[in-house]
Ligand binder design. Structure first.
Ligand code: UDP
Length: 401
């Protein structure tokens, strides 16, 4: 079975990497990796290098990012990707194309593959968050032939979009396979690299904040307040530069205007590889910002989180997350930071149980690539409105609230 895995940035790679490892261990699969988007841009950490460092051979590198970091540039990037992708798909002739999540680049891959009659397998559909990401994620669901999701709620949403229940697998998040099985008490090497000059556990902050594409001006304002609050709070802080979404340049300007790259207690990085980022998440006193990692991953360690604004609106979160929807001042945020910093919450496992990859590999193996590629839908409704979930979806039923 020939599988092309498309990855656009670190946010999808942290979930695709464990799946790649699983697929590579099974001789049934011939895997090609297509790298595009911000992976290939220095400002975003040239993260393709970490794909290679993981022992992967990259089959195609596509420069698909139109710079400008505006809404229009995102659309142009999608267009550019769609101009380049048919050649790649024609050459690779994959049976299945795997995409993840809700990025505009992933949408180009899904459209191209679906129109070229290549089966699309979508990882982590059915979730809810704010911004244009929701629209893109659900659109990819409609383009995809197979769905792998992380929660019961996500599965229900995919089914309520009339996707064929027998093609939906509740597997859990593949990143959890790594999160749950990492012993974060062995943090020393990661600390040495990213937090030099000794810092104690639970005594530093991680800040990851991205633009809110549907409210760019407001998100820039919130980020300014956040940075001012962090400077006031005055503990060791790791700030990750924002992703490539529209508004990104202005967020970077907020960091530079305050000269935070030269601040004694603040370290600014483009990217920390996931295998090391896990140790930072597991040992920090607080994660703050609007990254999905705060909502979906930090709960595994009971890390205290402050989630700001609307970028993660509606995403299922644990008791460790305090949501500050509309911060009014740096003092307002400072108050929340003081009350959350250093708190340790009970661990919980909302998005997985650490066994996603084995389920995913089994599910893919059972896909009949000789069957007609045309999609079927749950339109043949029963009295409850939807066809009952098929027994064939042998996904986990780990406890999910
Ligand atoms: N991540 C990482 N290194 C970093 C920052 C994030 O490996 O320096 C991982 C994080 O653990 C999560 C994913 O990247 O799995 C999410 O990234 P990000 O916050 O950039 O994007 P979002 O999902 O919020 O769009």
């Amino acid at each position: 079975m020939k599988i092309a895995v498309a990855t656009c940035n670190r946010a999808d790679y942290s979930k695709l990497a464990p799946v790649l490892r699983g697929l590579k261990q099974d001789t049934t699969f011939q895997v090609s990796i297509v790298v595009m988007g911000s992976h290939l841009i220095d400002d975003y950490g040239n993260t393709y290098r970490f794909i290679e460092r993981d022992g992967n051979q990259i089959d195609s590198m596509l420069h698909t990012l139109v710079r400008g970091e505006t809404e229009g540039a995102m659309v142009e990037s999608m267009g550019l990707a769609m101009i380049k992708l048919p050649d790649i798909l024609n050459r690779l002739q994959p049976d299945i194309v795997m995409v993840h999540g809700d990025r505009f680049d992933a949408m180009s891959v899904a459209i191209s593959a679906a129109v070229m009659n290549v089966r699309v397998l979508h990882l982590e559909g059915g979730e809810v968050s704010g911004t244009i990401d929701d629209v893109i994620r659900h659109s990819i669901t409609k383009l995809a032939h197979y769905h792998i999701c992380c929660t019961k709620g996500a599965r229900l949403r995919i089914e309520s979009m009339c996707e064929d229940s027998s093609r939906v697998l509740l597997a859990g998040c593949p990143a959890y396979d790594e999160l749950i099985h990492t012993d974060v008490s062995k943090y020393h090497e990661a600390f040495e690299r990213w937090l030099p000059n000794h810092v104690g556990t639970k005594n530093f902050i991680i800040c990851v904040y991205h633009p809110v594409t549907t409210a760019i001006a407001e998100s820039i304002q919130h980020f300014g307040l956040l940075l001012d609050a962090l400077v006031h709070f005055d503990v060791r802080t790791v700030i990750l530069f924002p992703n490539v979404d529209a508004g990104s340049k202005e967020l970077v300007r907020c960091i530079r205007l305050r000269n935070l790259e030269n601040h004694e207690k603040i370290s600014c990085y483009k990217h920390v590889p996931f295998s090391e980022f896990v140790y930072l998440m597991g040992n920090c006193g607080l994660m703050i910002g609007n990254s999905s990692a705060g909502i979906r991953e930090s709960n595994v360690f009971g890390t205290a989180v402050i989630n700001i604004g609307t970028r993660q609106r509606g995403r299922q979160s644990g008791a460790n997350v305090v949501h500050v929807k509309n911060p009014t001042s740096a003092e307002d945020l400072l108050w929340h930071i003081r009350s959350q910093f250093g708190k340790v919450y009970p661990r919980d496992y909302i998005y997985g149980d650490g066994r996603a990859v084995e389920r995913i590999v089994k599910f893919i193996k059972e896909i009949d690539c000789d069957s007609p590629v045309e999609k079927s839908f749950n339109f043949d409704r029963n009295s409850s409105g939807l066809r009952a979930p098929s027994k064939a979806s042998f996904g986990a039923e780990f406890p999910l609230s």
